[in-house]
Design a protein around this ligand. Structure first.
Ligand SMILES: C[S@@+](CC[C@H](N)C(=O)[O-])C[C@H]1O[C@@H](n2cnc3c(N)ncnc32)[C@H](O)[C@@H]1O
Length: 410
């Protein structure tokens, strides 16, 4: 937990319909349950404060609960470290992770060309500069100024790279999360690669919308311009294996009743609910290969949703009934989601399993488990997609109502 936290000036706190506290404009608008007695506790963070000191003064006996509350509010970005603050651990603070981003030449070349088309003579803002190379390439392409924002300690490396390459007179490094920083002037271009394992899970819509509103001149350019979420239906061997294992545990729970001569149904029921909770949203990243038999793609690709970046409202949930034309028979037990990202009118990047050139740094496709159903070639599989851009996973799939709802129905 950081030594000093403050309520984010860009996150607007409000009570959601379900009585939970919601921070609009933060990293996530996931609601956080707040007890009435804790509102005063939160008010203490209107100015920067040490959470441990506030907990000691507010309710020393409630330390663990209040610490968990502070962690939750910090996680969604409602409480932020004072003065932006740098994250010096985790995924993107790891130099090896940054090297992997640079090895993705398909992605880097696409961004480089798009920057060469729009940077000359302009002020640009990069959201999440990481290693700083794209900011340097934008400066080389003639940008008047680049504000390079980064929330991890990697910013020190990026700063040094810009200095060694004589570009530090045009790149202004800004420490902190983009939601929490202010810039001294408006830009003509906002850009950044904020794709997550789950395409929207790294906050792409939230960050680009905030930056387009606060950093961009009217009519300015957002790069990437458009994101299309795409999906295929899959027969996933891994999901089949893992759900089978869970079912075996549940069968085992029944046998335990006999072993002890006691009715252990409440434990079996609790386990069933716990499995359902974790597996109904079970998801993982996989590199699907249409040519292999591991995870078989059964359906044609369908479009799940399309977002005009910078404009799309990240707080808007949507639901769509998707019809997947089945091309190969099998057990449909997962949906794989991926993205096609239009940088500008000339270039689109994708991690589609069907593409010959993929953005490798985005990894594979995002698989979500679905109650299994046998499908035959020529049929249509109907699945409901629920898109909540501020959560991860941002897209959840379910069978249509009236059909088996859970993987672990008794
Ligand atoms: C996928 S990497 C991209 C790095 C580099 N710009 C590139 O395209 O290769 C995303 C970087 O953005 C940072 N980041 C993500 N969201 C951010 C935000 N809202 N504000 C500041 N930094 C952010 C991460 O720490 C990470 O270094």
């Amino acid at each position: 937990m950081p030594a000093a936290l403050q309520l984010s000036s860009n996150a607007r706190l409000r009570w959601g319909a379900d009585g939970r506290l919601v921070a609009d404009g933060a990293r996530s608008t996931e609601g956080i349950a707040i007890e009435a007695g804790d509102v005063g506790f939160l008010e203490r963070f209107a100015v920067a404060a040490d959470p441990e000191a506030v907990i000691r003064e507010h309710a020393p006996g409630a330390g663990p609960r209040l610490r968990a509350l502070v962690d939750d509010l910090h996680r969604i970005g409602a409480l932020v470290p004072t003065g932006g603050g740098l994250v010096d651990t985790g995924h993107f603070a790891d130099p090896q992770r940054q090297l992997a981003l640079l090895w993705d030449s398909v992605r880097m070349t696409a961004f480089r060309r798009a920057l060469e088309r729009c940077a000359a003579g302009r002020v640009l803002v990069e959201l999440g500069t990481g290693h700083g190379v794209l900011a340097c390439l934008a400066a080389r392409a003639g940008a008047r100024r680049v504000f390079a924002i980064e929330e991890t300690s990697m910013i020190d490396v990026a700063r040094e790279i810009a200095r060694r390459n004589g570009l530090d007179d045009r790149i202004v490094f800004v420490e902190g999360n983009s939601l929490d920083v202010e810039l001294p002037e408006r830009a003509q271009v906002v850009f950044g690669d904020l794709m997550g394992a789950d395409p929207l899970g790294a906050g792409m819509l939230v960050y680009l919308h905030d930056a387009a509103t606060r950093f961009l001149e009217p009519g300015g350019t957002v790069l990437p311009a458009r994101l299309t979420l795409l999906a295929v239906g899959v027969d996933s061997k891994r999901i089949a294996r893992e759900t089978d294992e869970a079912r075996n545990w549940l069968r085992g729970a029944k046998e335990l009743s006999a072993a002890y001569g006691l009715d252990l149904a409440p434990l079996e029921q609790a386990s069933r609910s716990a499995f359902a909770r974790s597996y109904d949203t079970f998801s993982y990243k996989e590199l699907l290969d249409p040519a292999t038999e591991g995870d078989r793609i059964l359906t044609r690709e369908v479009q799940v949703a399309e977002f005009e970046l910078g404009r799309a409202d990240p707080a808007r949930a949507a639901e769509a009934l998707l019809s997947f034309p089945v091309e190969r028979g099998g057990t449909l037990n997962a949906i794989a989601t991926y993205a096609a990202v239009e940088l500008d009118a000339e270039t689109t990047l994708t991690n589609s399993p069907h593409a010959t050139e993929r953005a490798s740094a985005w990894g594979g496709q995002f698989l979500s488990a679905l109650p299994p159903v046998e499908v035959a070639a020529g049929a249509t599989a109907e699945v409901v997609a629920e898109v909540t851009p501020w959560t991860s996973p941002a897209v959840r799939y379910r069978r249509r109502s009236g059909e088996a709802g859970s993987l672990f129905d008794a």
